[in-house]
Ligand binder design. Sequence first.
Ligand code: MN
Length: 364
Amino acid sequence: MKKESKNMTDAKRTPKFDATTTISSEYGIFGIPIPESECKVVLLPVPWEVTTSYGRGASNGPRIIREASAQIDLFDFETKTAYEAGYFMKTISEEIQNNSKKYKELAQKVIALRTEMSDDEKQINALISEVNAASKKCTDWVYTETKKILDAGKLFGLVGGDHSTPLGAIRAICEKHSANQKSEVGILHLDAHSDTRCAYQGFEQSHASIMYNVMNLPLGSRPHKLVQVGIRDFCEEEFDFINSRSDIKTFFDIGVKQRLLKGESWASVAADIISELPQKVYISFDIDGLDPRFCPSTGTPVIGGLSADEVFFLFNLLAQSGRQIVGFDLNEVSTGDADEAEWDGNVGARMLYKLCSWSIVTNK
Ligand SMILES: [Mn+2]
């Protein structure tokens, strides 16, 4: 581990890139001081957490990941010098952040009214439509920004925010990789939750509805297949939805753990997971797919889940299989009620680094 230099006398000066020393993440994510135009991977931060229902702090995700990212040694055992292609994170939008705060307050009001068993349906519905309109606007912004990044010939990654944030990005990427009104993209979805609720608490674009919304996009804008891993918290409606769709394959955490506990290897389970995916893969990574010891501040932690090593192994196998990562998101990395969460940021940064690096390797 390297130590971050806090000595930043001239913010405008761009230091010469030296992969063996550490500079502040303010010069660039992972301490890579290369301008956007020269970077192959461009990351879109989306500091948005309007519909988060239990914990808070996911809108701080991009900031704490960026801060922790300077600690990472750039040379990587698996992906070697992939970073030389350059990784860039766009500026964290203040407008998105302010809107997140504003509309989260309205959403919290809805949740409070519901908890009190309020019968003022008119007030509740008015608040809900305001929140839904704001969420739609954020999704449209993400869609437009994603298209710009793709049109510039870059590899795309999104850093949330809660799990509602990648809807517009997934749409843009599915549309880019489609032929005859059919997208060729499969989603590898790592999460504790299935996120296949048809709206949650009345919010159409809830973090708990992201995969329902993704799989109900119009043909040509929606993925060809959804493969879920780590899933261990879901309701009956979600279970029925998953089973009703031939384009969704869910590896429930308990089922995977039973195989492992009986002596089967993760290599064999991981091979089954990869075999369900088409050639082009988008990775949607909710950090709570990991065991909560790796993400103690995330909004909706659930016991069980994946280890960091299992995720790294899965990414490696995906690359070895010859599949191509066409985009990714990392979401729900959070500070909880605090302003800082160093460990959550640290793990998030390491996951993000692997996603960036495997994107480079699988697009060569
Ligand atoms: Mn999720």
